[in-house]
Design a protein around this ligand. Structure first.
Ligand code: COA
Length: 244
């Protein structure tokens, strides 16, 4: 969620993102400064042809084709958002139990329309939003959603988030959908890391992250100001080298 412009707005916003964003900015500044020094003063590493190609095309090398969706799993179809999903989004995100550990308060009808329009525009990692927002369908009806978005497109670093209709919980639907999106992520050339972070009280979400093979890597104490209080965040990740 480092890139505020592309960060899905329903997830908690840990404060640790700000230093990360600053560090990325400092790195770019340092590289620009290096470019202004004389060549003789620089140590120039020898790059392999593949590395040279990635450096020439840092953006296109990490793109995923929009034709990658819809995705099909044993029981589910994951497809892009449509205007007709707005009532379903309202029915789920207006529930206090669903909103409990998300950034937003329970949605109103007006907010659901705005969020639906926003999600329709989040139609691919290769689009300006750098986000893939997918509806999870079971037997032709929406049951949840999964979002995947770049936090550092150039370096292939992304984040994933998920929500399931509570009426459809406890059947493994969210796990099945998240596994499919992780497969898509790591089949995207250049994808290096996918992170997930959640309110530390959100035990169901943490179990899901573990179930799909993400590694628990941090418990951050009171790093996020959410709904009038400091909350702890737990962080998970999967690296390309973890993904099988
Ligand atoms: C987080 C959330 C998606 C998890 O939902 P879930 O129903 O627990 O997840 P799944 O659909 O993968 O189902 C897994 C559960 O079904 C059980 N299950 C039954 N059949 C299964 C199957 N075929 N495969 C896998 N699990 C199965 C599992 O044992 C598991 O239960 P457990 O966690 O009690 O052991 C859901 O709680 C949610 O949407 N919460 C609100 C929104 C939210 O907080 N999102 C996260 C923001 S960071």
């Amino acid at each position: 969620m480092t890139a505020a412009a592309s960060a899905p707005p329903d997830q908690p916003t840990p404060l640790r993102e700000t230093p990360a964003a600053t560090a990325a900015g400092e790195y770019r500044s340092a590289r620009q400064r290096l470019g202004q020094r004389s060549l003789a003063a620089q140590r120039i590493p020898i790059a392999r042809p593949q590395e040279l190609e990635q450096r020439r095309n840092p953006v296109s090398s990490t793109d995923v084709s929009p034709s990658a969706v819809p995705l099909a799993t044993d029981r589910l179809v994951l497809r892009l958002h449509e205007p007709s999903d707005a009532p379903w989004l309202l029915s789920v995100f207006s529930r206090p139990d669903v909103a409990a550990y998300l950034r937003d308060e329970p949605w109103t009808a007006e907010l659901a329309r705005t969020k639906s329009t926003d999600r329709i525009q989040r139609s691919g990692l290769d689009r300006p939003s750098r986000t893939l927002a997918l509806i999870i369908e079971h037997e032709g009806a929406p049951v949840g959603e999964v979002l995947l978005w770049y936090t550092d497109h150039e370096r292939g670093v992304a984040e994933i988030g998920w929500v399931l209709d509570p009426a459809q919980g406890g059947k493994g639907f969210a796990s099945e959908a998240v596994r499919a999106v992780l497969d898509l992520a790591f089949n995207t050339p250049g994808m290096h890391r996918v992170a997930a972070q959640m309110d530390a009280r959100n035990a169901a979400s943490a179990r899901l992250a573990e179930r799909v093979g993400m590694r628990r890597e941090a418990h951050l104490r009171q790093n996020c100001w959410s709904k009038g209080e400091w909350i702890d965040t737990v962080a998970f990740s999967m690296l390309a080298t973890d993904h099988r």
